[in-house]
Ligand binder design. Sequence first.
Ligand code: NDP
Length: 289
Amino acid sequence: MAEILASKPVVQAMGDDIRPRVERLKELGITPTLAIVRVGNRPDDLSYERTAIKRAESLGIATRVFELDEFVTEYELESQLHAINVDPSIHGCLLFRPLPTFMDEKKICDELAIEKDVDGISTAALGAVFTDSSEGFAPCTAEACIKMLDHYGIEIEGKHAVVVGRSLVIGKPVAMLLLKRNASVTICHSRTKDLHRMMRAADIVICATGRPHAYGPVHFSPGQTVLDVGINFDMNGNLCGDVDFDAVEPIVASITPVPGGIGSVTTSTTMEHTLRAAERVARQSGALQ
Ligand code: NDP
């Protein structure tokens, strides 16, 4: 039986760290505040928004929702981001994506100031991840993977990690974060040959492809740690990951469930980034040592 790498204790530990730091800032007159920018009313955005607001409230972090019409122009959205960039009462900004297809998403993401880009969506923030600079914030899901490994004491240094998926949201940044922690990293994707052999050879496997239950016993071997980043729906409409959990769990050493795995840690990571952004401002003003 594998050890189940559940989010609950990780989220709890992160909360125990975050709450007193938030309180300390509040005593200095600074309330860490996250802006949530949503275009339209997509059900998954609304659902994540509710989760994020609830998590923020439980940690003492304030949220401000900016809801824009689905037919908003690029100019109007960019103006909203500029307003957030210069608003000293806002420390972090979460922009829900994908944006409407008529928009140049990359250009819009790049309008967000690096110090408020708490989900690492801008080229500047991603560049910081790839150059080991501490200037920006890594994409929250990528960092949540590292937090999950650290919480459960799973060693990264010297291990062979296989990342399946190469998006800028997860695959590439998590590969860089693993590399920074001295893992040897292989990145796989839809054109990888003999994917199952690559995956079986790893110590740590991170699946981030958005393919429900695509990875089964043939892809895994005993002793492995498996992080399932996928958020999908199975044929019955139930939430599921990329990994066939029931079939794989008896084989590997440890595995994250879906739901109750990486997703929840991602939300707490967004809050921690918002807090760090606020602490940075407090330090710059001399209010915080
Ligand atoms: P993308 O669609 O941007 O990327 C998917 C990646 O999977 C691509 O690199 C693609 O390869 C690769 N891929 C697709 N098919 C295969 C295949 N048959 N074999 C190997 N690799 C394949 O998705 P995201 O990275 O944005 O998201 C991935 C998953 O993570 C989704 O389920 C998403 O919902 C979930 N997610 C979870 C979050 C969380 O907090 N837990 C947050 C964000 C997303 P190629 O580049 O060659 O096309």
